[in-house]
Design a protein around this ligand. Structure first.
Ligand code: ATP
Ligand code: MG
Ligand code: MG
Length: 342
C-alpha cells in the first residue's frame, strides 16, 4: 500500500495524513465542502459525493479508502467500493451512522445501552415517552454530533420534536463518561489504548484525562466491551467507544468507526498514537501495542479558546495542535493541547 484515500478533510483527516506521511505513505483527501484542515495531504479533491467521475478518479488514485467522517452517502460508498476496499468495512459504517441500528446491534451482541425507542415521526413521540419515561433524550437517528440534533425531555407535556426520525433514550444517571480507543488489524489482532475520562461542555468534548481514575475492573471491562464490538464487526482500523459508568456497570453510549477526539491524548502518551495506529491498520501493517507511558490531559481549543495560544506555547510539558482552520467560530474545534501531567 502506497496511497491512502481519506473521505473527509477536517482535523481528523489532517492528523491521519500527517501520520501517513511519517510512515512514508501518501494521502489523497476527498471532501465535498471546504476542506480547511486538509492542506497537509498530498492531494485533495473537492467535489460533491454525487460527482461520479471525481469519485472514480479518487478511488483509482489510491490503494485503500478510509474515512474520518461517517456520514458518507451510500451511493458514493457503493461506487468507491467497486474500485477499492473501504476500511473500516461498510457494516461498521452502516451500524454507526444510525443510532437505532447502532443500539440494536449493541444489544444483539449482549452489551447494555440506555433503554431506547424508535421515534420515526412526531406522532410516535408520545407513545415513546410512555414507554421510556422522562427524563429522557430525543436524538436524531442520523447526522448528530457535538450534541446537535438532541432534545432533552423533562416534562412530557412540553416535549419538542427534533424534526427528523429519532430515537428516544432513557436518561442515564452516570457517575462518569469514559471512552476506549481500540484498533483491530487485518490479522484480527487488537490493541487498545487506556480508557480516558471525558468531560463535556455544552455538548462538546472539553477534556480527556488519562489515567481515568477508575478501578482496574472497570477499565478492563471497558476494553473487553470495545474488543467485542470490533470483533463482531470484523473491524479493521481504529474504533472509538463511548461509555457511561454507572453503579450497575458500563453502558455503551455510542461508537465511532474512526479516530476519535477522545483519543488525541495518545499523541503525547504513546509511541504509536491513534492516527498512526489507524493508518497501520488500514494499510495492513502490524499495530503498535497501545502502551501508555505518560499521564495526559487533552483539552480542546474551541472557538475563541485559540486566543490562549501564545500562553500555551510557553507552557511547560504542553503539546499544541492547531488545525489551520482560519477564523474561530463558537463551537468550532480549532485545535487541542496535550498536557503531560506525569
Ligand atoms: P459526539 O460529538 O460525541 O458524537 P453526539 O452528538 O453523537 O456527540 P452523544 O454522545 O449521544 O452525542 O451525547 C452527547 C453527550 O450528552 C454525552 O456525551 C453525554 O454527556 C450526554 N448524553 C447523551 N446521551 C445520554 C443519556 N442517554 N443519558 C445521559 N446523558 C446522555
Ligand atoms: Mg456521536
Ligand atoms: Mg458522543
Amino acid at each position: 500500500i502506497r496511497t491512502i484515500g481519506i473521505l473527509g478533510g477536517g482535523q481528523l483527516g489532517r492528523m491521519l495524513s500527517v501520520a501517513a506521511s511519517r510512515l512514508g505513505l501518501r494521502c489523497h483527501i476527498y471532501e465535498p465542502g471546504a476542506a480547511p484542515a486538509a492542506d497537509v495531504a498530498h492531494q485533495v479533491t473537492t467535489a460533491p459525493y454525487e460527482d461520479e467521475a471525481a469519485l472514480r478518479a479518487f478511488a483509482d488514485s489510491v490503494d485503500v479508502i478510509t474515512y474520518e467522517f461517517e456520514n458518507v452517502p451510500t451511493s458514493a460508498l457503493d461506487l468507491l467500493e467497486s474500485i477499492r476496499p473501504i476500511r473500516p468495512n461498510r457494516r461498521a459504517l452502516a451500524v454507526s451512522q444510525d443510532r437505532l441500528s447502532e443500539k440494536s446491534f449493541l444489544n444483539e451482541i449482549g452489551l447494555a445501552t440506555a433503554p431506547f425507542a424508535d421515534v420515526p415521526d412526531e406522532a410516535a413521540l408520545a407513545g415513546a415517552i410512555g414507554q421510556i419515561g422522562a427524563p429522557s433524550i430525543l436524538k436524531t437517528r442520523r447526522l448528530g454530533y457535538d450534541g446537535k440534533g438532541q432534545v432533552r425531555i423533562t416534562d412530557p407535556a412540553t416535549a419538542e420534536w427534533t424534526g427528523a426520525p429519532s430515537v428516544l433514550e432513557g436518561f442515564v444517571d452516570f457517575s462518569a463518561e469514559i471512552s476506549v480507543i481500540i484498533a483491530r488489524g487485518e490479522d484480527g489482532r487488537v490493541a487498545a489504548f487506556d480508557p480516558g475520562l471525558n468531560v463535556h461542555r455544552d455538548g462538546i468534548l472539553h477534556t480527556t484525562t488519562v489515567p481515568c481514575g477508575l478501578p482496574a475492573r472497570a477499565t478492563t471491562d471497558a476494553v473487553l466491551i470495545a474488543a467485542r464490538i470490533a470483533n463482531a464487526l470484523d473491524y479493521i482500523g481504529v474504533l472509538g467507544v463511548e461509555l457511561f459508568v454507572t453503579p450497575a456497570g458500563l453502558i455503551v453510549n455510542e461508537i465511532a468507526p474512526r479516530v476519535h477526539n477522545s483519543g488525541h491524548w495518545t499523541q503525547a502518551g504513546c509511541a504509536v498514537d491513534q492516527f498512526e495506529q489507524h493508518i497501520r491498520a488500514v494499510a495492513g501493517l502490524p499495530l503498535g501495542d497501545g502502551k501508555r507511558y505518560a499521564d495526559v490531559v487533552m483539552e480542546n481549543l474551541i472557538g475563541e479558546d485559540v486566543a490562549r495560544v501564545p500562553e500555551l506555547l510557553q507552557s511547560p510539558n504542553t503539546q499544541l495542535h492547531l488545525y489551520g482552520k482560519g477564523a474561530p467560530r463558537p463551537g468550532r474545534k480549532m485545535g487541542h493541547v496535550n498536557r503531560i501531567t506525569g
